[in-house]
Design a protein around this ligand. Structure first.
Ligand code: GLV
Length: 344
């Protein structure tokens, strides 16, 4: 009797040619149209699955794990993985993977683009022009803030933060960074960046960019009191996760001239954006697209597919997914892989 192949769930339409590689090994159940899956729908989709390819929109926690006794691997298409309850996955012996590195430079490009658009009021200027308000050229129209010669504060100095620092160096900016741990001297030197305490960075920076991973410990790190420490002429850019900024306090600071401008790619309740933010002219709003170049989004899916195949004990890297986030859980998969190789 033919052995049934492990079932894998693909939560969103990705790139068919890349996702198609899963079909060599697995019985693939892919979602054809962009779908907002309810928690119950995710539980149902995972119930008989051995693995899943998911995006940051699918939250996988204790109820989903409890309902999926055969689940062995979750491949997240994204570098951030706060949609996954990693301790619960690890406790259940389920491997979780993400897609670091392949998106670093594209995301740093975007962070810098959002910073420039915000400081130089580019989207506001375009809207003004399209609305027919350009009746007369005036010397003081849409005055913005310079990047060159200014101080940039980067909060979260991982790979993407370092990429932004390298770009800032080319723009003649002074770069401060704040991070959980201080970087080695060689990396600081290469990035041209100096370590600063969080409050010190907020007080000194003309522009602040948030690139740190989300965890409950940094929920609303940038709240009313943090915003009050910033210069009233400063720019704040968030390409990390919405929950890091208290959006009500931010909208209030922007509306009342306590902060000059903000650029946001991420939101606490995305895809919903607060009406208070939508109503402001001094905030640039983009729909979570920092890694969205065609080449990079393809590279992310390709890496996630490699991760899933390997984590489920198939392919040339069986048992060794390239980018696990919970290597501890690999021990369980390794056991299955060895048993499989031995024909069990
Ligand atoms: C996007 O936000 C990602 O984490 O990859």
């Amino acid at each position: 009797m033919a052995e049934s192949r492990p079932r894998v769930w693909v939560s969103q339409p990705l790139f068919d040619d890349l996702v198609g590689r899963l079909a060599v090994h697995f019985d693939v159940h892919a979602t054809d149209v962009v779908t907002e899956h309810s928690p119950a729908a995710i539980t149902e989709a995972l119930r008989d699955s051995a693995g899943a390819l998911v995006t940051l929109n699918e939250k996988i926690g204790a109820p989903q794990i409890a309902g999926a006794p055969g689940l062995r691997a979750i491949a997240n298409v994204g570098v951030g993985y706060n949609n996954l309850d990693v301790p619960a996955l690890t406790a259940a012996g389920i491997v979780a993977t993400n897609t670091p590195d392949v998106l670093t430079e594209t995301t740093a490009d975007f962070g810098f683009a959002l910073l420039m658009a915000t400081a130089r009021r580019i989207t506001e200027a375009e809207r003004w022009l399209r609305e027919g308000q350009w009746q007369q050229w005036s010397f003081s129209t849409l005055l913005g803030a310079d990047l060159h010669g200014s101080t940039l504060g980067i909060v979260g100095m991982g790979r993407i933060g370092q990429g932004i620092a390298r770009r800032a160096r080319g723009f003649g900016m002074r770069v401060l960074y704040h991070n959980r741990s201080r970087l080695p001297d060689t990396v600081e030197h290469e990035c041209g960046a100096s370590y600063a305490g969080f409050d010190d960075l907020l007080a000194q920076a003309d522009h602040v960019v948030l690139v740190l991973p989300y965890s409950p410990q940094v929920h609303h790190l940038v709240d009313a009191s943090a915003l009050a420490k910033m210069k009233s002429t400063a720019t704040l850019v968030n390409i990390a996760r919405g929950g890091i900024v208290d959006e009500v306090a931010l909208a209030d600071a922007l509306a009342n001239g306590r902060l000059a401008a903000a650029g946001l790619d991420v939101y606490e309740g995305e895809p919903a954006v607060r009406p208070e933010l939508l109503a402001l002219r001094n905030v640039v709003l983009t729909p979570h697209i920092a890694s969205a170049s065609l080449a990079t989004r393809r590279a992310m899916v390709s890496l996630a597919v490699d991760n899933l195949i390997a984590a489920l004990g198939e392919g040339p890297d069986a048992g060794r997914p390239p980018t696990p986030v919970n290597p501890d859980a690999l021990a369980a998969t390794a056991g299955i892989t060895i048993a499989k190789r031995q024909g069990a």
